[in-house]
Design a protein around this ligand. Structure first.
Ligand code: ZN
Length: 307
């Protein structure tokens, strides 16, 4: 039987804290330890359900190693249906790792998750999707690090169409759990399938299968899976943002091939005037895309994966 524990993170200034359920399966003396986390973003439902389905079907006696699992890392965001951030302090939890024990709520939550769960693992998988207003083409990210060869093998095993290598110097996404894990010598990936606040069966299954594929590749689960075609490898991101707040209209879809110089969408004033054209500076594939027309000043519109 899994051990079920709680990670307690106190509130501050009279605000409520949180207890984050944390499960341990298997025996670390029998093989590697893998940490699995979902719900770092509170509206990325396919990742949460994919992990839950995997756990429901898990035969713990078959494990050759152990799993440290957080099924829902950002509970207050889930309950509040808050996209991207932790409602307690408005920070993006996936920019806060490895965290700070003396920081604000999200930084302390990141610290508690990192030290209690991830730090004790040999491998780490963080499950995500596009958020409530984000469409997404399935992809896996791994970080440039001393353990990147193993991380890349995990990314390939997860079985999605695209794999992005994130090199820190050029990365817009510092502070992810997988980057912090890799920096600590723990091979790790972030897996992204699904989005737009939907719970679609295909995406849930891709996550569930991806977990099993990686665990079997690592020897933690018995059995082998039929091979999947190699993913398209991309080596950096170009994130496109608005200049001013306004109404975003995309002219492309996730998974399209976009050439450098293409107008990928527009941001107009709310009366339709003063249109800003958003132009792709390099050729690439939109891997995620904001679906809501409402964008803030300097708002994120689209993430282009570039080869
Ligand atoms: Zn996410």
């Amino acid at each position: 039987m899994a051990q079920v524990l709680n990670i307690r993170v106190d509130g501050a200034d009279g605000l409520v804290g949180t207890d984050v359920p944390f499960h341990i399966y298997g025996d670390p003396d029998r093989g590697p330890t893998v940490s699995l986390m979902a719900g770092v973003h509170g509206c990325e439902y396919t990742s949460m359900l994919g992990l839950r389905r995997f756990l429901a079907g898990l035969d713990e006696t078959a494990l050759r190693g152990s799993l440290r699992v957080v099924p829902m890392a950002n509970i207050s965001a889930f309950h509040a249906r808050a996209a991207f951030v932790v409602p307690n302090d408005g920070l993006n939890l996936n920019r806060c790792f490895p965290g700070d024990p003396n920081g604000s709520f999200s930084e302390r939550l990141a610290h508690a998750l990192f030290e209690t769960v991830i730090r004790h693992a040999d491998y780490h998988i963080d499950l995500h999707a596009g958020d409530q207003v984000e469409d997404l083409e399935p992809f896996t990210i791994y970080d440039a690090s001393n353990v990147e060869e193993q991380s890349r093998a995990m990314a390939f095993a997860y079985g999605l169409g695209y794999v992005v290598r994130d090199s820190h110097s050029a990365s817009p996404i510092a502070g992810t759990s997988s980057a912090a894990a890799a920096a600590a010598g723990i091979a790790s990936i972030t897996a992204e399938v699904g989005g737009r606040g939907l719970v679609d069966e295909i995406s849930v299954r891709l996550h569930e299968e991806g977990i099993k594929r990686v665990l079997s590749m690592l020897g933690v689960l018995p059995g082998t899976f039929p091979p999947v075609p190699d993913p398209v490898e991309l080596d950096h991101w170009v994130w496109l943002r608005s200049t001013d707040a306004g109404w975003w209209t995309s002219h492309v879809s996730v998974g399209d091939q976009v050439l450098a110089g293409t107008v990928v969408g527009t941001v107009s004033a709310l009366d339709g005037s003063a249109v800003e054209e958003i132009i792709a500076p390099e050729s690439g594939v939109p891997l995620f895309l904001t679906t809501s027309p409402a964008v803030a000043k300097d708002g994120l519109l689209l993430g282009l994966g570039v080869q």
